[in-house]
Write a protein that binds this ligand. Structure first.
Ligand SMILES: [Zn+2]
Length: 499
């Protein structure tokens, strides 16, 4: 897919030319239902980081996609009486549409069932596993279709999967390929402790370390073709089996770069010195911090450098569920409030790491307070003063077009809410400055008109600084403000009040 037109073009300075390439991914959602607000949260988080890194002059590649091969997709398609390929493709379309409607700037979108790069790459990874890491045996266990993994007694709470309470675990007995995860326990521990594989926040790292120290059991990495309903990536050299969905799904991060042929993208964004960041939800940190690096280590493929693990969203204090009927449809929010308002709320009012509660009431209040009365009102006020009192557009200082260090530090630690809050502090400061200096009064009298104009020019520069910082978070609004400044014109109503 193509990137939205609002991406700013800047010439990177010589220092930034030496920066490492930057690769960032979202997780690939199952396509067994329409996307909800939690998906939008992750897309927006990853997009803010990708846009920020581009503004810093880095060479960025940003991947998203869909996990088409999960067993639960197959079961849902059966329920719907639809061919699996059609069901999966129809739902993947909706996810891709959401990315576009949210102005997500991904460079690529991989669909693991239909993308020819994927199966070849996943099979190559499998074939690269060290022979001593993989063996075949008969296995009997409890399978959670929700998590797409076998559960052991210690994983269960009151006999149920803690991620999927109320869902019956499936008893499965079959011959599977197994992966000796334990062969990598010491290496993984060392990677996490040293920070070679960094997990943000720290609390998630500690959870993963505790899990490793509790002992890693061998992992089933295939399932019978019959149980998989003949859907998925075939195990190389074993016709009766398809790959365990996580071996298949996780490999998307490299198959989309052309790992099958180890081409240019793969060399630049994975094999070399690039920073490689996976943005994921807390429920799949174990898969990304243990299974994925273990597979890569076995295959002799370089590891990702960082995991940004976000929390979950509840709605009105409850887990989102179709049964409760509280699932928030991000398309509805975008239609009613716009992409930028939705992006703003997710960045500013949802905690980047902890679980957060979403309510429509909070969304509307934040929209009115922060956007309609806050940013929108201030941009209109400053630009009206400029339009009425200045003969030509204000010449902007280099400083007002440069990202400030405190903001950069917060974004680089994924403290997206705090970074966004910093911008709103600047908005408040400008409001106070206007109240104190009263440029609207100064321009009315001959004695003070020049002073009033200078204050207005300062305010316009300040507004440009705000737009510069908004660009990764609210790209469309930032562009509208910069256009208004360049044309010395009051912008159209940016955020109409909602009652
Ligand atoms: Zn589960």
């Amino acid at each position: 897919m193509t990137v939205s037109a609002s991406r700013p073009h800047r010439t990177p300075d010589p220092a930034s030319m030496q920066q490492k390439p930057f690769y960032i991914t979202t997780s690939i959602p199952y396509v067994n239902a329409a996307p909800h607000i939690g998906h939008a949260e992750e897309f927006v988080q990853a997009d803010i980081i990708a846009r920020y890194q581009r503004l810093r002059g880095r060479d960025v590649r940003f991947l998203s996609g869909t996990d088409d091969n999960a067993l639960k997709n197959v079961l849902k398609a059966e329920e719907a009486g639809e061919p699996v390929a059609q069901y999966v493709s129809r739902h993947a379309d909706i996810f891709e549409d959401l990315l576009q409607k949210l102005a997500i700037s991904n460079d690529d979108f991989i669909r693991t069932a239909s993308d020819p790069r994927h199966a070849r790459g996943a099979q190559k990874l499998w074939q690269a596993f060290k022979p001593e890491d993989v063996y075949k045996k008969s296995y009997k266990g409890l399978y959670c279709v929700g998590c797409e993994e076998f559960k052991t007694e210690k994983d269960l709470v009151h006999g149920e999967c803690p991620e999927h309470p109320g869902k019956k675990l499936e008893e499965v007995e079959e011959v599977n390929h197994f992966f000796r995860l334990g062969n990598y326990a010491a290496t993984l521990e060392e990677l996490l402790v040293s920070g070679s594989l960094k997990i943000v926040p720290e609390s998630r790292k500690n959870e993963v370390l505790a899990f490793i120290r509790g002992g890693l059991e061998d992992l089933s990495i295939s399932r019978s073709r019959a149980r998989a309903r003949d859907w998925g990536v075939p195990v190389p050299g074993d016709d009766g089996q398809v790959m365990y969905v996580w071996v298949d799904a996780l490999s998307n991060y490299i198959t989309a770069l052309g790992y099958a042929d180890e081409g240019n993208l793969y060399q630049k964004y994975w094999a070399g010195e690039a920073d490689k960041v996976h943005v994921i939800g807390k429920g799949i940190s174990r898969f990304h911090a243990i299974y994925w690096p273990a597979f890569l280590l076995s295959a002799g493929v370089p590891l990702p450098t960082e995991l940004f693990v976000h929390g979950y969203l509840t709605v009105d204090g409850q887990k989102m569920s179709k049964t409760i009927g509280n699932v928030i449809d991000p398309f509805e929010l975008i239609t009613e409030y716009g992409a930028d308002a939705t992006r703003f709320f997710l960045a500013r009012h949802i905690h980047p790491f902890e679980d957060s509660d979403f309510t429509r009431e909070r969304f509307r209040e934040a929209y009115n307070a922060d956007l309609a009365n806050g940013l929108g009102n201030q941009a209109a006020r400053i630009m009206k003063l400029a339009q009425d009192n200045l003969d030509r557009p204000v010449e902007l200082s280099a400083e007002s077009l440069t990202l400030q260090q405190p903001f950069c530090e917060l974004v680089e630690k994924y403290e997206l809410s705090a970074a966004t809050a910093l911008i709103w502090e600047h908005i408040s400061k400008a409001d106070l400055y206007i109240q104190e200096k009263k440029p609207f009064t100064l321009v009315k009298s001959d004695d003070t008109r020049e002073e009033g104009k200078e204050i207005i020019a300062k305010l316009v520069n300040h507004l440009a600084m705000i737009a510069t910082h908004l660009a990764p978070i609210m790209p469309e609004t930032a562009a509208k403000i910069m256009t208004a400044i360049k044309e010395n014109k009051k912008p159209e109503n940016l955020f109409a009040r909602k009652d």
